[in-house]
Design a protein around this ligand. Structure first.
Ligand SMILES: [Ca+2]
Ligand SMILES: [Ca+2]
Length: 235
């Protein structure tokens, strides 16, 4: 990975860790208590001596297992060498509390072949079920440039269908990449998550068109129905 991108990733990760350190101070161990799943675990008064109390405070200050089997959506941006950029909007689903699957609609410009491309990016991430959650992941981008410029009179069979300069020829391109990924999530509160990651995209166009995306995203966890919060369902 180029030095500049490593630096950027370290800065963003450092920022997340400092925010985490700042938020984990005295009085913030109930950081997600507005979430009904988290609250059910931790809303009882502290029991036992000081040792037990501190142990539970520490545990609940990092616990993010309330995300188990829940879904949400995210908005993200990415940066690569030579001013290449990307943007995506997607949905995620936790399979349990440590495995996250996701799919986004993604647009990229300047990366790989240099064309503006749009497509789908499904991925999977394995992470710690904690407020600050490092992860490793993998994914694929499947997309293309469309509609492209007119190529009906260049004397070349651009779409390789055996007919030169037929009616629908353009310079539209497809692009498929697969990528490993490392990164970290940080939950600002019970339902808002910041993420930074680095993805190494292996391009279908060859190794010269591989690229590294350093990305940042903000995600929102969908609320769940809480019977205790609805007065009509409580006695
Ligand atoms: Ca053709
Ligand atoms: Ca042509």
């Amino acid at each position: 990975m180029p030095d500049r991108q490593i630096q950027l990733l370290m800065i963003v990760t450092g920022l997340l860790i400092s925010i985490h350190a700042g938020c984990s101070g005295i009085g913030t161990s109930r950081w997600a208590s507005d979430d009904p799943v988290y609250a059910e675990k931790y809303n009882d008064p502290y029991q036992g001596g000081d040792g037990k109390k501190v142990a539970r405070m520490l545990k609940q200050s990092v616990d993010a297992r309330h995300v188990k089997d829940r879904s949400g959506y995210y908005l993200g941006g990415a940066y690569a060498e030579d001013s290449a950029v990307g943007a995506d909007i997607g949905m995620f689903l936790y399979q349990g509390s440590a495995v996250e699957t996701r799919t986004s609609l993604k647009a990229i410009a300047g990366a790989g072949t240099g064309e503006v491309m749009a497509g789908l990016e499904p991925g999977i991430r394995i992470q710690t079920p904690s407020r600050l959650a490092p992860f490793v992941g993998a994914g694929t981008f499947i997309g293309g440039s469309w509609p492209g410029d007119d190529r009906r009179d260049d004397g070349f069979d651009n779409d390789f269908d055996g007919v030169v300069d037929d009616y629908d020829e353009s310079n539209a391109q497809s692009l498929v990449t697969i990528f490993p990924e490392i990164g970290a999530h940080f939950w600002l509160n019970s339902n808002t998550r910041l993420t930074t990651s680095a993805q190494y995209h292996f391009s279908s166009e060859g190794r010269d068109d591989d690229f590294v995306f350093v990305g940042f995203s903000v995600a929102y966890l969908n609320p769940i129905f809480d019977p205790e919060a609805d007065p009509e369902t409580t006695d």
